[in-house]
Write a protein that binds this ligand. Structure first.
Ligand code: SAM
Length: 282
């Protein structure tokens, strides 16, 4: 499910993962599991993906689409001076890229370990990005306090109520503000998380929204992913009062051979792996 899952034995040991389950899971349990998981996994995740995400780069997805080229948040001169909220910033390479381009980003994440890495990377880069520890379903910011918001696989796939995240982001955006977020492409849900040929055979229903969990010996969630169909995601966006301007499905680039968890050249040439929603508060 998660890009780093198969290489994170240390995190699984720390959180006590004993098996997998499929069941409904509340916002509170999802948030508790995600905080513990990302705290336990931050070191391994960043060891494994430092090369993919960089320290001051804005990489939207394993297909290596970069904001320098895609300009989904607007032309670089439009970002200058803008207050930008990054939701689920992790070690905050995207926020540092934004700051280096003259924006005024704030990075928000649930995990203190991820934010510890972000602080260290800020220091190394000499770029001071303000960091806030909070869950994405309850943003601790005033109404209309940001010009732009973004998220590259941060928070949204892991929350029980992504519609609430959309409403919260819409609330903190100023009118006219853009919110662009990247998530697993919903079609990937039906396939096993395997970058090889086994990941090309349908194993479950696209319409089954039952969350994927890893659980400890008592059945409590240690890792959670929530599925939304494409239509669900559109309804979450529209229900929050945002306008959907584009849906970007990055294609696997010629010559890009990097395997990132379930993302691979084999699957990337056949199937979309990422969906990027470009939305705006009217
Ligand atoms: C796959 S990482 C992506 C991080 C970063 N965008 C990157 O490219 O490295 C997912 C991030 O989402 C954060 N996260 C998960 N659930 C969250 C929630 N409910 N609220 C805020 N952040 C959350 C995790 O702590 C983690 O840092």
């Amino acid at each position: 499910m998660h890009p780093a899952r198969w290489s994170s034995m240390n995190a699984e040991e720390i959180v006590g993962t004993a098996g997998v389950a499929r069941r409904a899971v509340s916002s509170a349990e999802s948030e508790r599991a995600s905080r513990a998981w990302w705290d336990a996994d931050a070191d391994d995740y960043l060891d494994e993906h430092a090369r993919d995400i960089g320290e001051t780069a804005f990489v939207w997805c394993p297909e290596n689409l970069r904001e320098d080229d895609a300009q989904l948040l607007g032309a670089p001169d439009e970002l200058r001076g803008k207050r930008v909220l990054e939701v689920g910033c992790g070690s905050a390479p995207c926020s540092r890229w934004l700051a280096a381009h003259g924006a005024r980003p704030v990075g928000l994440d649930l995990s203190s370990s991820m934010l510890r890495h972000a602080t260290a990377a800020n220091r190394r880069a000499g770029i001071e990005v303000p960091l806030v520890q909070a869950g994405a379903e309850h943003l601790p910011f005033a109404d209309a306090s940001f010009d732009v918001a973004c998220s590259a696989f941060g928070a949204i796939p892991f929350v029980a109520e992504p519609g609430l995240v959309m409403r919260e982001v819409a609330r903190v955006l100023r009118p006219g503000g853009r919110f662009v977020f990247a998530v697993n492409h919903p079609v990937r849900w039906v396939f096993p998380d395997d970058p090889g040929p086994a990941g090309l055979t349908v194993g479950q229903s696209y319409f089954d929204r039952t969350p994927y969990l890893e659980v400890d010996a008592h059945g409590a969630a240690t890792y959670v992913e929530h599925h939304r169909t494409l239509g669900d995601r559109v309804r979450d966006v529209v229900g929050a009062g945002l306008v959907l301007e584009d849906l970007v499905e990055p294609e696997w680039p010629e010559g890009h051979e990097r395997i990132w968890g379930q993302w691979s050249p084999l699957r990337g040439r056949l199937l979309p792996g990422t969906a990027i929603f470009v939305t705006r508060r009217p």
